[in-house]
Design a protein around this ligand. Structure first.
Ligand SMILES: [Zn+2]
Length: 361
């Protein structure tokens, strides 16, 4: 295993940030998988999981069982990790720009297509060269650049996040429906949410979109990497027994992909079929209040099922929050004080209900 330290320039003199990537195996013996966690720096279940995976992979590599290549970044966002105000950690948005750490990854496809045509570069090298030509003015630019460059070298990309309160679920592209089903089976993901383009150029979507756009520009099929966001339940699900189970599942998946040697287990069936990301029904609070949940996440619900009620403690009025559609209730917000118009609960349904920008801010 090789540990590489990445240095990011500080915003002002005298400050700097670093993070580590861990590299197992080598090119040529199997696929290259890139895994990162903590891009939203306040989402820690994946940080624990990848820390555990690092220990497991170190032992497996010593036993000669890493056939492909694995790049692991267990805590990938030192900028977000360092953002604290008055006792509260804020890891989703960068404090200087207000930008979501998981949006605005660059579209490299036009320049990469030019480099392929004129410079005769292969697609992967062209995308990396196009990235290298972009200016890096801020620490956030540097972070996005370093993470993107590692992901662009991989055949499979797993960006590990978590939701507020949720069952394990994942986001992917329709192009990789079969690959997503295999991963969802190994991880027993309750929901697999697929789309053609999520909007906002989130990390995993940007990897796929860059390859898809390059494919269109070159008018030739390309080996578009399988890239997903794995939502590792809720923010409070930082737990050794869950991490041990998830680590075993990921190792079984890596074996099935030929990244690790060994007798691969057959892929278990996912608990639910994939559904379109456009089919997510968002249950919205009609007024502010205290939300009291009455049904746990992780079950099929029917339209009209009462999921929670919203209490106005001044009037004493209770407003039922009901499922708007039949579907799989997979996530809800952790904060019990909700504002009027806020999204409170999420149901995966098989039919498109939304279009355009499919991810929250
Ligand atoms: Zn996240």
């Amino acid at each position: 295993m090789i540990c590489q330290q990445h240095d990011l320039p500080g915003l002002v003199p005298g400050t700097r940030h670093t993070f580590n990537s861990y590299h197992f195996g080598q090119d040529g013996g199997g696929p290259h998988v890139y895994l990162q966690a903590g891009l939203h720096a306040d989402e820690l279940p994946g940080v624990l999981l990848l820390h555990r995976l690092r220990r497991e992979l170190t032992v497996l590599e010593q036993a000669g069982r890493v056939a492909g290549r694995i790049t692991l970044v267990p805590m990938c966002n030192p900028l977000g990790m360092a953002q604290h105000w008055q006792g509260q950690h804020h890891g989703r948005f960068e404090s200087d720009s207000g930008e979501n750490f998981n949006r605005h990854y660059p579209d490299l496809s036009e320049r990469a297509a030019q480099l392929c045509r004129e410079g005769q570069l292969p697609p992967r090298a062209a995308l990396r060269q196009a990235l290298a030509e972009l200016p890096q003015r801020t620490a956030l630019d540097g972070l996005r650049h370093a993470l993107t460059d590692m992901a662009l070298q991989a055949d499979m990309v797993l960006d590990v996040h978590c939701d507020s309160e949720a069952v394990l679920h994942l986001y992917g592209n329709h192009r990789h429906a079969a690959e997503a089903a295999v991963l969802a089976g190994f991880m027993q993901a309750g929901a697999t949410l697929l789309c053609d383009e999520a909007g906002g150029m989130s990390f995993d979507d940007a990897v796929v979109q860059n390859w898809l756009r390059l494919e269109r520009q070159l008018a030739q099929p390309l080996p578009v990497p399988f890239a997903v966001t794995l939502e590792l339940r809720g923010v409070a699900d930082v737990d050794d027994s869950l991490a041990a189970r998830d680590s075993d599942s990921l190792l079984a998946w890596l074996m099935a992909q030929g990244v690790l040697t060994g007798e691969p287990l057959p892929a278990p069936l996912p608990p639910n079929p994939p559904t379109p990301l456009e089919g997510v029904a968002c249950i919205v609070a009609p007024h502010g209040g205290v939300v009291v949940y009455q049904v746990p996440v992780g079950r099929q619900v029917q339209a009209g099922t009462r999921l929670a009620y919203l209490l106005d403690p001044l009037s004493g009025e209770r407003t039922p929050l009901v499922a708007s559609h039949d579907g799989y209730y997979y996530a809800r917000v952790a904060g019990r004080l909700v504002c009027a118009g806020a999204e409170v609960a999420y149901i995966a349904t098989p039919h498109a209900l939304r279009q355009g920008q499919l991810l929250s801010a």
